[in-house]
Ligand binder design. Structure first.
Ligand code: FAD
Ligand code: PYC
Length: 414
């Protein structure tokens, strides 16, 4: 792989940019791999990357039914934070946030990580108590967050109306090292690095069946034929229950549409991320100047990558009362993804009833921020059979009642 650098840009500028090579190869699938990962979203690609980088396992294929990064990874609003309540969550989300800090250098690919700060507004006394509790818990976990008062909120985000027609802003939970990154660059950067290690990323290849022998996974059936494997990881977000059904077991999660929209581009007016969970909407400004906006999930199970119309209206109503100046903005695009939501709003990183098959799913509305940490932890689980970061996130917690309740920290109404 040729390194990207300022010298490479200058060199290519001088020769009409005809020397760039493809960022990743598009090989024909081999008959057998040591590891097959289903799903070339951020989590699947990051898992492959850390399998190679941290554990030397490179006979790996990542199978993708569409195009890489075309699932939720390329559809999210890119908010990165680690202000969760429970210790196992803080550990994996903070690992992830800290990996984001140097990911561009690590991958030699600009993922445009922007630690601009994330502010979660408290607009009821219940939220004030909840977020103060989170700030205290984060202090004990070594995660840097703080409670800020309304005057500081206004200072951080001058375009905000803190008096609110319905809910005045009573303060907020501020994580100054939270922020955003360019979502598809994260997928592309990992894909390029995986390809460089000799791994095969097979796009337009849907896994349609899972073959087992004596309770152990031996191969997958795909739209490009049968491919054998030593280990299999299902990392397919909203399609996790479909994949689990192929392997003969059920998962404790529901798939629901979650949508987002962007406005026309405007001059810089907001340099932090704001989440307003009582009125329910969140917003940041992209580098292009568009306001990036999102709301809650649909109230019913669905596989449309669209989302229902009333959510657009509810989300914009919430944001117009929080940021009155956006009332005259035109909205440009709207889209949806299918998110996989567990009962405790925490992910599943786990072995499964099928020997050799692993699952990484249940990130629901909040898995973009977790991509590097999840990949790191999942690779460790697959290579060594255990990982301190995944220990509490096994499937068995639902049977044993050891829930990791993050319904408040999830930040998005389900
Ligand atoms: P995906 O990126 O969905 O990748 C899974 C891949 O598996 C897909 O490409 C799919 O095509 C493929 N696949 C499925 N079935 C098969 C099969 N049978 N064979 C082969 N391939 C298959 N998180 C945050 O942290 N911050 C946010 O601000 C945020 N905002 C969001 C806003 C929206 C609108 C949405 C939809 C999600 C948001 N999220 C956010 C959540 C985040 O996007 C996801 O948790 C994360 O991207 C999941 O990544 P993934 O790699 O697990 O899944
Ligand atoms: O998890 O921070 C988050 C988030 C924001 C919007 C959607 N998910």
């Amino acid at each position: 792989m040729k390194r990207y650098s300022v010298f490479a840009i200058a060199r290519e500028a001088a020769r009409y940019h005809d020397g760039w090579e493809r960022a990743w190869r598009s090989p024909e699938p081999k008959r057998r791999y040591d590891v097959i990962i289903v799903g070339a979203g951020g989590h699947g690609l990051a898992t492959a990357y850390y399998l190679g980088k941290n554990h030397g396992i490179t006979n790996v294929a990542v199978m993708e039914k569409g195009w890489l990064g075309g699932g939720n990874t390329g559809r999210n609003t890119t908010i990165i934070r680690s202000n969760y309540l429970q210790d196992p969550s803080a550990a994996i989300y903070e690992k992830s946030r800290s990996l984001y800090e140097t990911l561009s250098q690590e991958l030699n690919y600009n993922v445009m990580f922007s630690p601009r700060g994330v502010l979660m507004l408290a607009q009821t006394h219940h939220e004030v108590r909840g977020y103060k509790r989170t700030a205290h818990a984060n202090g004990l976990q070594g995660v840097r967050t703080e409670w800020v008062d309304p005057a500081r909120v206004k200072e951080l985000c001058p375009i905000m109306n803190i008096h609110g027609p319905r809910y005045p802003v009573l303060g907020g939970l501020w994580q100054s090292r939270g922020g955003t990154a360019r979502h598809d660059a994260v997928a592309w950067g990992y894909a390029r690095a995986c390809s460089d290690m000799g791994m095969d990323i097979i796009q337009k290849c849907e896994v349609t069946g899972i073959d087992t022998d004596g309770g152990k996974v031996v191969a997958v059936e795909t739209t490009r034929g049968r491919i054998e494997c030593g280990q299999l990881a299902g990392i397919v977000a909203g399609h996790s229950s479909v994949l689990a059904e192929m392997a003969g077991f059920r998962l404790p999660l529901e798939s629901v549409p979650l949508q987002a929209l962007v406005s026309e581009p405007i001059k810089p007016c907001m340099d932090i991320v704001v989440m307003a969970n009582t009125v329910h909407g969140y917003m940041s400004q992209s580098d292009k100047g568009e306001m990036v906006i999102g709301g809650g999930t649909d109230g019913y199970v669905g596989y449309t990558q669209r989302g229902s119309f009333h959510h657009i209206e509810e989300t914009l109503r919430a944001l117009v009362e929080t940021f009155p100046m956006i009332s005259r903005l035109k909205m440009l695009r709207q889209w949806g993804g299918i998110v996989d939501v567990t009962g405790d709003r925490s992910p599943i990183l786990s072995k499964t009833p099928v020997e050799g098959m692993f699952l990484n799913c249940g990130w629901g509305t909040g898995g973009f921020k977790a991509i590097p940490g999840s990949g790191w932890a999942m690779a460790e689980l697959m290579a060594k059979g255990h990982s301190p970061l995944t220990a509490e996130f096994g499937l068995e917690r639902f049977r044993e009642g050891r829930f990791i309740d993050e319904s408040v920290a999830a930040g998005v109404a389900h």
